[in-house]
Design a protein around this ligand. Sequence first.
Ligand code: AMP
Ligand code: TRP
Length: 321
Amino acid sequence: MTKRVFSGFKPTGHLTLGNLLGAIMPAVRLQDEADCVYAVADLHALTVKHDPERLRARTREAATLLLACGLDRSLLYVQSRVPAHTELAYLLESTAYFGEMRRMIQFKEKSANQEEVRLSLLTYPALMAADILLHRADLVPVGDDQRQHVELTRDLAQRFNRLYGEVFVVPEAVHPQNAAKIMDLTTPESKMGKSDGSAAGTIYLLDPPAEVRRKVMRAVTDSGTEVRYDPEDKPGVSNLLTLLAVCSGRPIGSLGHQTYGALKRETAEAVVETLRPIQERHAELSADPAELERVLEAGAVRASGRTVELMDSARRAIGVL
Ligand code: AMP
Ligand code: TRP
């Protein structure tokens, strides 16, 4: 049977090279073999302080970029336009325990340095579980940082099925072999991310070539000289090797010995070439905002239609229908 796939992308900031290599490219590849549904998860961006106008703009930008990256053979839509996500999230909040939510690593990290922690930051994994379970996804292409949330989704699906009857498909996360965790270029001990990483160490998909080269050339390495893949002892060099391998399509082992400078130059060019077609396509698509609106509207209508049966069974099982 054809597998079903779901993944989401939060428009908290501009999409990054980490998003591309860790989740978008695997999602693009899955289109050849599976029934794929992808969403811009705008409701997830409300879990931290946000600006409404900026969120609207970034949601459109993320949707345009996902299409430009090649997610144009899937059902693509914006999460908030399909109300079943929040409906199912409530049923799953009523299945989840406070204790397990509080223990989520991302909640602990993101709430640690904030005075006003939004309640939705705590309940967010129930919404993410709803995203996945709503579409009966078998596979969820995500980076390493989402591993625990997909585990929780599995737990909630199994608990609900046990308590109320078989309603949900229990999904599995799929992580890319090399690129599950792209690190920040200036602090290679932490993940490259919209909110986690530093601006200087994060490559955005719309960074112009000169900016990409500047960021890669200033990447932090170490005081040694040996080009060797060793994420423990040489996180900076290993991250550059990963970027070069994934962007050039060559295995890490084949990359040969070079100086740090040569490695950086080669990596910068490989990243620039990976981003070039995406940026060109993004420019074309941005010239026609009405077409984007049409795609997203049609996507939301189709996605809504596909959720009716599942929502019916979930409501019936839990006793509210
Ligand atoms: P987010 O931007 O947090 O919505 O993430 C969208 C997808 O990109 C998720 O599947 C993340 O796991 C993935 N992702 C985000 N940052 C990275 C990174 N630095 N390396 C690999 N995957 C990432
Ligand atoms: N929570 C994910 C992130 O922060 C984004 C996301 C939302 C997602 N819904 C999802 C990922 C469903 C996979 C499946 O990266």
